[in-house]
Design a protein around this ligand. Structure first.
Ligand code: ADP
Length: 172
């Protein structure tokens, strides 16, 4: 069985991520989306929230599983019997970072192959940070993110208890 892992922060998931998940899920028997629990970064959504969001967003994909992980990607891939890492490429700006990561991961595990997939052109300019920035100013992100993300970001901005939290994290 061909198992691939698609790791990322997904803070939050955009339609670009979803397009990559859709394309990658057609290339393997099982796709495991690895949601990074990075202790050195303060995410907008907790890892539990991001996992729950992705589970909901991908509920119609029969061969997609969502898991949180921390530590080395090579260990996560190995623990899931996978030697295929999926990463998305938006353009040349992503390339040098992604290329370096792929080579580093291969140095740690020579069996690991990184496959780059580009999203449909309509999604290529979306990033999680842009989405958060636009949402923080009340901009319309409905075409950039799945419905559930739009709702939850809106709630973070406008529900009074969460307002401070969102502002603090967006640096304003
Ligand atoms: P990371 O912090 O690991 O970069 P992200 O959640 O930002 O996590 O991205 C995960 C992966 O998805 C990366 O390979 C990134 O290049 C890719 N990606 C993010 N947004 C898009 C998009 N709009 N189109 C294609 N790939 C994307």
């Amino acid at each position: 069985m061909k198992v691939a892992v698609y790791p990322g922060s997904f803070d939050p998931t955009t339609n670009g991520h979803l397009d990559i998940i859709n394309r990658a899920s057609r290339l393997c028997d099982k796709l495991i989306v690895g949601v990074l629990d990075n202790k050195s970064k303060v995410p907008l959504f907790t890892v539990e929230e991001r996992v729950a969001q992705l589970k909901e967003i991908t509920k119609d994909f029969a061969n997609v599983e969502i898991k949180a992980f921390s530590g080395l990607l090579v260990d996560f891939a190995r623990a899931n019997n996978s030697n295929i890492v999926i990463r998305g490429l938006r353009g040349v700006t992503d390339f040098s970072y992604e290329f370096q990561m792929a080579l580093t991961n291969r140095a740690l595990d020579s069996d690991l192959e990184t496959l780059f997939i580009s999203a449909d052109t309509q999604y290529l300019f979306f990033s999680s940070s842009q989405v958060k920035e636009i949402a923080s100013f009340g901009g319309d992100i409905a075409n950039m993110v799945p419905e559930i993300i739009n709702e939850q970001l809106f709630c973070l901005i406008f529900c009074s208890g969460n307002r401070f939290r969102f502002r603090g994290l967006s640096g304003k």
